[in-house]
Write a protein that binds this ligand. Structure first.
Ligand code: MF3
Ligand code: CO
Length: 260
C-alpha cells in the first residue's frame, strides 16, 4: 500500500529533508584522510540532535549507528568504526533523519583526497544516474521507467547494478511502498502520481553485481571486492511535478566540482 502525502505533509517533509542535507554538508566538511568513520558518525548524530531531529537509523532493527558508512567495496549498511579514511578511498555516507514526524533519506559517495581515475569515473556515473532516474520520475511515468533509465545509463558505461537492495517510498516510516529497483523494464510498476514520495538510490558496482552480507547481518560488500558507489535523494511528486526534497547544495563546491 502506497501512502500518498497531502501537499501539507510534503511541506512538513521539507524540514527533515533540509536537516539531512545540512547534516551531509557537515560531514562533507570533515571528510579527509586520517579521519575515522566513527568521528563522522558522532558529528552527524550531534548535528541532528542539536537541530531538533532524530537519527532514524540508530537502533532501527538493531542498526548500531547514525550513519551507514560505505568504504570502497562496501555497498550499503557499513558500520562506523575506528577505521581511518585513507587518501584514495571512496566513502558513501547514507543517512536517514526524522523531523516533525517524517523521514528523509540521502546518500553521497565522497572521494577522499585524490582517488584513481577509475574510481572517480564510477562516482561520476553513479551520481549522474541518480539524476537520470529523477528525470525519469515524471508524474504519470512508472517506477520501471526510473529503474530502466538508471540501469541503461550505468550498464552502457560498463558498470553493474546491485539487485538485492532498492530505493523505496518514504514518509512517517523509513521504508514504505513502492520498491524502486535500480534495474528492470520500462512501463512496469506503480504510476507516479501527486503525493508520492520516493527515495531513488542507485548502487553501482565497478565489477560484478554480486554482493555478500557480512556475518553481522548488516554490512554488505561486493563479492569481488571491487569498489561500489551509492547516491540517494528523497523525491516528491507534488502539484503535477517532481521535486527533489533533499539537496547536495550544502556540500562544499570543491567537492561538487569533481562531479562536473
Ligand atoms: N538509506 C538506507 C536504506 O534505505 C538507510 C538504511 S538505515 C538502516 O536502506 F538503519 F537500515 F541501516
Ligand atoms: Co534509502
Amino acid at each position: 500500500m502506497i501512502y500518498l502525502k497531502t501537499p501539507e505533509e510534503i511541506e512538513t517533509m521539507r524540514s527533515s529533508a533540509l536537516l539531512i542535507s545540512q547534516t551531509l554538508g557537515e560531514i562533507a566538511r570533515n571528510i579527509a584522510p586520517g579521519v575515522s568513520t566513527r568521528k563522522l558518525d558522532t558529528i552527524a548524530r550531534e548535528f541532528i540532535l542539536d537541530n531538533g531531529g532524530k537519527p532514524a537509523c540508530l537502533g532501527y532493527e538493531g542498526f548500531p549507528a547514525t550513519l551507514c558508512i560505505e568504504v570502497n567495496e562496501t555497498v550499503v549498511h557499513g558500520f562506523p568504526s575506528d577505521r581511518i579514511l585513507l587518501d584514495g578511498d571512496i566513502v558513501g555516507v547514507d543517512n536517514v533523519v526524522e523531523k516533525d514526524g517524517f523521514m528523509a533519506d540521502m546518500c553521497f559517495t565522497f572521494p577522499v583526497g585524490t582517488v584513481s581515475p577509475e574510481k572517480m569515473a564510477l562516482l561520476r556515473t553513479t551520481y549522474e544516474s541518480l539524476y537520470v532516474g529523477i528525470e525519469a520520475a515524471r508524474p504519470g511515468a512508472r517506477i520501471g521507467d526510473i529503474s530502466n533509465a538508471i540501469q541503461t545509463y550505468c550498464e552502457r558505461r560498463g558498470y553493474s547494478l546491485v539487485r538485492e537492495m532498492c530505493g523505496h517510498g518514504i514518509g512517517r516510516k523509513m521504508h514504505e511502498a513502492p520498491e524502486v529497483p535500480n534495474y528492470g523494464r520500462r512501463g512496469i510498476g506503480p504510476r507516479l502520481v501527486d503525493g508520492m514520495v520516493i527515495c531513488i538510490e542507485p548502487m553501482v558496482n565497478m565489477g560484478s553485481r554480486n554482493i555478500v552480507i557480512e556475518s553481522n547481518g548488516w554490512e554488505c560488500r561486493t563479492r569481488d571486492r571491487k569498489p561500489s558507489a551509492h547516491f540517494e535523494h528523497t523525491v516528491a511528486v507534488v502539484d503535477g511535478r517532481t521535486e527533489v526534497l533533499t539537496t547536495f547544495d550544502y556540500i562544499p563546491s570543491e567537492i561538487m566540482e569533481k562531479f562536473i
